[in-house]
Design a protein around this ligand. Structure first.
Ligand SMILES: Cc1ncc(C[n+]2csc(CCOP(=O)(O)OP(=O)(O)O)c2C)c(N)n1
Length: 361
């Protein structure tokens, strides 16, 4: 029997995540909708845009016309719900690489996404009026940027908030922990949006971390953490809206743990059938984040299959148009690699560019 009991003991079981809408689109007892029906209809459209874009991209990849990409399928609510709590004019998102619906909400054009997926340099360049940092492949590297951005907005006396998206795998990186620490000390207006989708490529959550609650880590940095059903648009939007309000009021960061599931492969270069239990996948299929909101509106007589089909058709046409544009866009030249890294090209980069140009002449 231990004589000196630690005051701080980890939870043996994960806490129950916040849930507002159940799998059948019914409000859970005691819950009210945190958004209007119009907002819910908008969310369905944007989530379907993300899914439609991925489906087309997947087919292009299988035809050998597109390199690779990270599908958002299954995580549409996990990405859009928190983004909808932001104001695209004054707030910012620092994405990882699997947040398409969130970026569409912030105003990123389809054409830009298609260019990026086809490996055109121009696609990596976010339009100036879109408050989104470039996609980040180097895990967790966007999290310090998000803290700097939020803290900078605060220093400028603005009431903007920055939101960093990252995965359970990325949260094992030092960048995550250092960012949380600094944001806590500076009371920076940052939302840390940790998407636990069960996997970091083929590494399961259980061997990613010894904690059962990612959200509990926030306490170690002196700010609140909340675990949310990551397939429940309403819960995500509600919890994040409150976190955004706290950040705007000068109360500092919040860590939001979104418990979701990656329904497709990590990227098109991955074969999840080699490591994902099909029974677990089947269970998650019943929790589809888009259908849940459709059912909610349908029960109020505000959604039907014809509306779903109409949006599907519109999205398919818009994706087709975006890819037509991107396929006809001039291919990137190697020297473009040196552009848009810094506002002014550094002497070192200028030398590298000259060497590269000389080698080609
Ligand atoms: C610093 C760094 N280390 C390793 C990788 C290789 N890598 C790419 S994605 C990935 C898994 C990321 O998992 P997670 O953060 O949970 O996000 P998810 O892809 O599941 O959305 C790894 C290890 C990388 N991109 N960057």
């Amino acid at each position: 029997m231990a004589k000196y009991t630690p005051q701080f003991m980890p939870n043996a079981k994960p806490v129950d995540p916040l849930r507002v809408l159940d799998e059948h689109g019914k409000l859970l007892p005691g819950q009210t909708a945190p958004m209007t029906d119009e907002q819910a209809a908008y969310a369905i459209r944007v989530m379907m845009m993300g899914r439609g874009f991925d489906e087309k991209s997947f087919s292009l990849q299988r035809q050998g016309r597109l390199g690779t990409f990270a599908p958002v399928i299954g995580q549409e609510a996990s990405t859009l719900g928190p983004a909808m709590a932001l104001d695209p004019k004054r707030d910012w998102i620092a994405p990882q690489y699997r947040e398409l619906p969130a970026l569409l909400h912030m105003g990123l054009p389809f054409e830009n996404v298609a260019l990026y997926r086809l490996g055109r340099q121009a696609g990596a360049c976010i339009p100036a009026n879109v408050h989104v940092l470039p996609h980040q492949i180097s895990l967790a590297a966007q999290i310090p940027h998000a803290v700097g951005l939020g803290w900078g907005l605060k220093l400028q006396g603005k009431d903007g908030v920055s939101m960093a998206f990252f995965g359970d795998g990325a949260s094992s990186e030092g960048d995550f922990h250092e960012s949380c620490n600094l944001a806590g000390v500076m009371k920076a207006p940052v939302i840390f949006l940790l998407q636990d989708n069960g996997w970091a490529i083929s590494t399961p959550r259980a061997i990613q971390t010894a904690t059962v609650d990612f959200a509990a880590r926030a306490l170690g940095y002196g700010f609140p953490g909340i675990a949310v059903d990551g397939n429940d648009l309403f819960a995500l939007y509600g919890a994040t809206s409150e976190a955004v309000a706290r950040a705007r009021a000068g109360e500092g960061p919040t860590l939001v743990e979104s418990r979701t599931f990656r329904m497709w492969a990590h990227t098109t270069a991955d074969d999840p059938t080699r490591y994902v239990d099909p029974k677990v996948l089947e269970q998650w299929k019943k929790k589809d984040p888009i259908e849940r909101v459709q059912k909610y509106l349908a029960a109020k007589g505000k959604w039907n299959d014809a509306m779903t089909q109409k949006i599907k058709d519109e999205v398919a046409a818009a994706v087709e148009k975006a890819y037509d544009y991107a396929f006809n866009y001039p291919p990137s030249k190697p020297e473009e690699l040196f552009e848009q890294v810094f506002a002014e090209v550094t002497p070192q980069l200028a030398r590298q560019r000259e060497r590269h140009l000389a080698s080609r002449s």
